[in-house]
Design a protein around this ligand. Sequence first.
Ligand code: 16G
Length: 256
Amino acid sequence: MNELREARSESGPLFEAVGATLRREIASGRFAVADVLPAERELCEILRVSRTTLRRAIAGLIEEGVLFHRHGAGTFVRRRPPHVEQALSRLTSFTEDMRSRGFVASSREIERGVFLPTPEEAMMLGVSPRDSVFRLVRQRLADGVPLAMERAAVPARFLGDPSRVGDSLYAALDAEGWLPVRALQRLRAVVLGAADAALLGVAEGSAALDIHRIAYLADGRCVEYTRSFYRSDTYDFVAELTLSPGASRQAEDAPR
Ligand code: 16G
């Protein structure tokens, strides 16, 4: 952290030099792991400045939108989320989607295991309440920024050894020969409560897309039911609309 001390030699008010140093360090990814700034006391020691100077520098960065304060949790770096456009007509996985856009996909697992299905999972997957399902709840990130929360359920018989499911659920299904070929997806707008908002790194009350996906094998069996919340500030779902054949005939037949 020696570079931080060098800031003190910059000209102008000290708090501005401290702010410039913090801005530079953030841009270089220094606090990227947790996106949280070190405690005030620690930063004062590193920079050898008073609390008042540090607080003025931080207040400036909050005003610029570089940092934000979360009550009781600390001061965080506001990362610009990657913006993603996803075609609604293509059945792709999160990992593929991100890779094709040049982002590094990663996940934070919240729950994983083989369980009896919830009533909702049993209904959606069309399995008996006594059949086991593999459940995987993950925060999905692109370049380290959380974009979505996904809660996936797959009938356990489609995954030989669930512990072998790695970063990509679809890659694991593909390896077993059970990659879905078709899916139905429902999207609706929701307002996030405190817990989901915190997991997505957005403010409580932010808008999100609540997505249900049911995916099928070629023989019509249901292989996946996933409920996700996607951040609405990072995702655009794009649908292609074509004129139906019947409609085009009507247009040709219409009197001119
Ligand atoms: C996408 C799918 C989700 C699927 C996941 C698999 C949407 C809305 N959802 O996120 O249903 O489970 O991809 O991704 O597109 P993975 O193979 O990277 O685990």
